[in-house]
Design a protein. Structure first.
Length: 334
C-alpha cells in the first residue's frame, strides 16, 4: 500500500483466505470464505497507510478448514524469505480462524526470525454487519509494526486481543471473542492500534527452535483419534493401516482411553508408531504415568498441547526422530 511516510516499517501481508475475506451468499448467514483478494481487504482499511508500507502476496485462497501441510510449508517458506530481507520489519498473515491455531503454532516452530509474525482473521465475513475483519487487520498490522512485538513468537490478533499462537484455541463456533488461551492468558491487548503487551512466552520458539531453518519437503502422516465412552479400537487400527507414523489421542480427562483403545494404541506403539496422549477437555496438563503407564507402553504425554497442536509438534518431531523419549522431551520444550 502506498504511503508518503518514509520512516514507516515495511510489512509483508501473506493472504490465505478465510472469513476475513468472506462474502455473504444471499441469506444473512450463509457465506463463502476467501471470496475477496488481499488487495480488496487492504483497500477497505485506508488507515493502514499510516501504520506501515504494506506489500501483499496471495499465497492461497482457502477457508481454513481446507488448510493443509503443503500450504503450511509454502507459507513458512514465503514468511522465511520475506523476513530474511533486512529491510522488511514483519509479516502479517490473513487466515481463517478454524485452523489458525495450528498454522500459527507450526510457524512458531519453523520460522527462525525474531521479527513479528502475526496471524489475523475474522469471525464475520467482510460483507456482514459489524464485520470484525477491518479492525482486526488494522490491529494486526499495528502489532506487527511495533518493535516490542519482536521476539515473542508467532502471535494471533483478533477481537482487540493479542495471543501467543502456542497458547490459544478457537473455542466458539461463531462469536467474535472465540480465541481463548486457557493456560497463560493473553499475550496482550490492542485497542485501535495501541498495544499493551504482557508477559513474554514461556516455551522455546522461532529463533530458539530446533525446527527453524530448512523446511522438510513434506510432513509425515499423523492422525488424531477422539476418545469417548465406549470407544472401540477400529479407528486406531485403521489409522495405523493407513500409514500413520504418529497418533494423537484426544483422550478423556487426563489423556485417558479405555481398555480397547489402550490395547490398540499399545500395539501401534510396539509397531513403531509414535503415540501421544492429549486431552479432549480443552485445558490442563497431561502428565506421564498417572493412570496410564507411559514408561511401559512407550507413550508420549502431550504436556500442555491440545490434540491439534500436539499433532503439529509430533509431525515436526517425526522429521527428526521416532524415539519416544526424544519426542517426549520435545513436548516438554515446545
Ligand atoms: N471456515 C472459515 C475459516 O476458517 C470460518 C472461520 C473464519 O475464518 O472465521 O476459514
Amino acid at each position: 500500500m502506498p504511503s508518503s511516510h518514509p520512516a514507516l516499517p515495511r510489512i509483508r501481508v501473506l493472504a490465505t483466505g478465510g472469513t476475513i475475506a468472506g462474502a455473504q451468499t444471499g441469506g444473512a448467514r450463509g457465506y463463502q470464505a476467501a471470496a475477496f483478494s488481499i488487495d480488496a481487504l487492504v483497500g477497505a482499511v485506508p488507515q493502514l497507510a499510516a501504520l506501515a508500507h504494506l506489500e501483499v502476496e496471495q499465497v492461497a485462497a482457502l477457508g481454513s478448514q481446507d488448510m493443509n501441510e503443503s500450504v503450511w510449508l509454502q507459507l513458512a517458506a514465503r514468511a522465511q524469505a520475506a523476513l530474511a530481507d533486512p529491510a522488511l520489519a514483519a509479516v502479517v498473515i490473513t487466515h481463517g480462524t478454524d485452523t489458525m491455531e495450528e498454522t500459527g503454532y507450526f510457524l512458531n516452530l519453523v520460522v527462525g526470525s525474531a521479527k513479528p509474525v502475526v496471524l489475523v482473521g475474522a469471525m464475520r465475513p467482510a460483507t456482514e454487519i459489524s464485520a470484525d475483519g477491518p479492525m482486526n487487520l488494522y490491529n494486526a498490522v499495528a502489532v506487527a509494526a511495533h518493535p516490542d512485538a519482536r521476539g515473542r513468537g508467532v502471535l494471533i490478533v483478533a477481537n482487540d486481543e493479542i495471543h501467543f499462537a502456542r497458547e490459544v484455541s478457537k473455542t466458539n463456533t461463531t462469536q467474535v471473542g472465540t480465541f481463548k488461551a486457557t493456560h497463560r492468558g493473553l499475550a496482550g491487548l490492542v485497542h485501535a492500534g495501541r498495544l499493551h503487551l504482557y508477559a513474554p512466552p514461556v516455551r522455546r520458539h522461532t529463533t530458539a527452535s530446533a525446527f527453524a531453518g530448512p523446511l522438510p519437503p513434506a510432513l509425515p502422516r499423523v492422525d488424531i483419534v477422539y476418545a469417548h465412552a465406549g470407544m472401540g479400537r477400529e479407528l486406531i487400527d485403521a489409522a495405523v493401516r493407513a500409514g500413520a507414523r504418529g497418533l494423537v489421542v484426544a483422550g478423556v480427562g487426563d489423556g485417558n482411553l479405555n481398555a480397547a483403545a489402550l490395547a490398540a494404541t499399545a500395539a501401534a506403539a510396539r509397531a513403531g508408531v509414535a503415540v501421544v496422549r492429549s486431552s479432549r477437555t480443552g485445558g490442563g496438563v497431561v502428565e506421564r504415568n498417572i493412570e496410564v503407564n507411559d514408561d511401559e507402553l512407550g507413550f508420549i504425554a502431550a504436556d500442555e498441547l491440545n490434540p491439534q497442536k500436539a499433532r503439529v509438534l509430533l509431525m515436526l518431531g517425526l522429521t527428526r526422530t521416532a524415539d519416544p523419549a526424544a519426542l517426549q522431551e520435545m513436548f516438554f520444550t515446545y
